[in-house]
Design a protein around this ligand. Structure first.
Ligand SMILES: Nc1ncnc2c1ncn2[C@@H]1O[C@H](COP(=O)(O)OP(=O)(O)O)[C@@H](O)[C@H]1O
Ligand SMILES: [Mg+2]
Length: 396
């Protein structure tokens, strides 16, 4: 029996753990302690910090695992790189993982390789001459911590008067002694899922994003296909392929964030793992294969074929959220009749559990995924399915 180590035990790793079980693969799940649903499904659990790569490597050696993987989170990707290099597993390299984990390294690689990305500058945290350092950039600007995620330490700045507060925000969200300032691109955000396998990009699937406007944009759902002109899609594919190679990513899933402006795709950032918010499911439905299975088999070094020509099933998804209040779930009911267009309705919690008023992705309380013969049909089914879900929450 092969042994896979899965980093994380949250909702985005649960499908990986379940798929491993279905395939007869022994799953070792590593996560910090907490109320995570993956623990109960794993064959073996380690309560460890998934970013502590030397510790995880030690466990990987002791357990004699055959591969290591995660889904839906950037946090543990660096550990995957470290373990894959040391134990000669299929999977991204430590070097590529380090580039993916640092926005300055990532953007520098893009610049060196001619990948289209927002113009940027590196600034020491204690620099007193920020205005002079960014004088060649045009407002609006965006100040960014290089080593955070989930929009932490990312601040849009419209004038010099906002520099000090932006720098304070970055300082509170970084472990580095520098940050980057880049030009803010006014455009439409979208993304792509892709896979790079044995040096070749196996597929690129652009998708549309539904975004919740909180402090910054938070993705709350996705849909595919994304109706871009063929020439725009071609340009996005070229930029993504160049960006993947620029970062040296190989043998991993790819989660890409873009901004489209004047029909040109700018690469915001790329992660060496599959996307959260139902994006792995989006790939599975669209291509008609089990994407989690492909991800696991690649991580185990098996031969995998990405058969992406046979099927193109339109689909859409949306997170369930507590929009008005934090509190205790009193009841949650799915009143939807059986419907072939509904792929999945999932509740993350049980009645009695406490949930947060939605502001960021981890506050999700479930999701709905639909499909159709056309995108319009999938989206109509999504809206209808959402109307038929009744959740009552007792306010804190
Ligand atoms: N150059 C930019 N132009 C416009 N919006 C941006 C730019 N950079 C980041 N953003 C916005 O900020 C969000 C978070 O930035 P990102 O670099 O992806 O950091 P994180 O790792 O926190 O996701 C993006 O999804 C986008 O909405
Ligand atoms: Mg991002």
């Amino acid at each position: 029996m092969k042994k896979i180590m899965i980093l994380g035990a949250g909702v985005y790793q649960v499908p990986l753990i379940k798929t491993a079980k279905r395939l007869g693969i022994y799953s070792i799940v590593v996560s910090i302690p907490g109320n995570y649903p993956g623990f109960a499904l794993a064959d073996k659990v380690y309560d460890e910090d998934t970013t502590d790569y030397e510790k995880i490597l030690e466990i990987a050696k002791k357990e004699q695992i055959d591969g290591i993987v995660t889904a839906g989170t950037d946090v543990a990707v660096i550990t995957i790189g470290r373990v894959c290099d040391e134990l000669k597993f299929a999977g991204l390299s430590f070097e590529a993982a380090k580039i993916a984990a640092n926005k300055l390294l990532m953007k520098s690689r893009y610049e060196a390789c001619g990948v289209r990305t927002a113009k940027f500058r590196k600034i020491p945290l204690d620099a007193g001459d920020v205005s002079a350092r960014v004088s060649e950039l045009s407002f609006p600007l965006i100040f960014k911590s290089v080593d955070s995620s989930g929009s932490r330490g990312i601040v849009r700045v419209d004038s010099e008067a906002d520099f000090d507060s932006a720098i304070r925000n970055v300082r509170d969200n970084t472990r580095s002694d520098y940050y980057i300032v880049e030009e803010f691109i006014e455009g439409e955000e979208f993304g792509a899922q892709a896979f790079v396998y044995r040096g070749e990009v196996s597929f690129i699937l652009p998708h549309g994003d539904y975004v919740f406007k909180g402090d910054t944009g938070v993705p709350i759902g996705h849909f595919a296909p994304y109706g871009l002109e063929p020439s725009v899609i071609e340009d996005a594919r070229e930029q993504l392929t160049a960006a993947i190679h620029a970062m040296g990513l190989d043998n991993c899933a790819i989660n890409a964030d873009f901004i489209l402006k004047d029909k040109k795709t700018y690469v915001l950032e790329i992660g060496g793992r599959s996307g959260a918010t139902c994006l792995a499911e989006l790939v599975s439905i669209y291509y008609g294969f089990d994407y989690y299975e492909k991800i696991l088999r690649c991580a185990l070094g098996e031969d995998v074929i990405f058969d992406c020509d046979k099927s193109a099933v339109p689909n859409a998804s949306m997170l369930l959220r507590s929009e008005d209040t934090s509190g205790i779930i009193k009841s949650q009911t799915d009143h939807n009749p059986k419907d072939p267009h509904i792929y999945e309705v999932q509740f993350d919690y049980k009645p009695g559990d406490h949930v947060e008023k939605f502001r960021v992705g981890p506050h999700r309380i479930g999701h709905v995924i639909t499909k159709g013969d056309t995108l319009e049909q999938a989206v109509t089914a999504l809206n209808k399915a959402l109307e038929n879900i009744e959740i009552h929450i007792d306010r804190d």
